[in-house]
Design a protein around this ligand. Structure first.
Ligand SMILES: [Zn+2]
Length: 119
């Protein structure tokens, strides 16, 4: 694992305790602001906790309605730089492949292939 600390809080192996019951929580997907995000649930009291990275992503998206990326060139290649929020939410890394689906001159859909780590 390359991500560390609070930002890279592991999900499935987190070992987070419920602050009330002091028992280990279980990884679950939580519906938050219209998105399915990572979270944890206490098996005893049912309390749900949101993954901080995912919650931050949803809050930013709700606030601005959009996430901007920048385009640059490295040699002959064109690179689209995405913010860390997007990288973390979609867990983009070199093992992923991406499919571009052009719609028209203003719209281009980016489809991210699934991985065994997805939820
Ligand atoms: Zn609990």
């Amino acid at each position: 694992m390359s991500r560390k600390g609070v930002k890279g809080l592991p999900w499935k192996e987190a070992g987070l305790e419920c602050h009330k019951c002091k028992v280990l929580t279980e990884p679950v997907t939580v519906s938050y602001g219209g998105y399915e995000i990572r979270g944890w649930k206490c098996p005893k009291c049912g309390e749900e906790m949101l993954h901080p990275e995912d919650a931050q992503f949803v809050l930013k998206l709700k606030k601005t309605g959009r996430i901007e990326a920048t385009v640059s060139r490295i040699g002959r290649q064109t690179v689209i730089r995405v913010p860390a929020l997007i990288r973390d939410y979609y867990r983009l890394d070199k093992s992923r492949s991406i499919i571009l689906k052009p719609k028209d001159k203003q719209a281009l859909t980016i489809e991210i292939t699934s991985s065994k780590d997805d939820f």
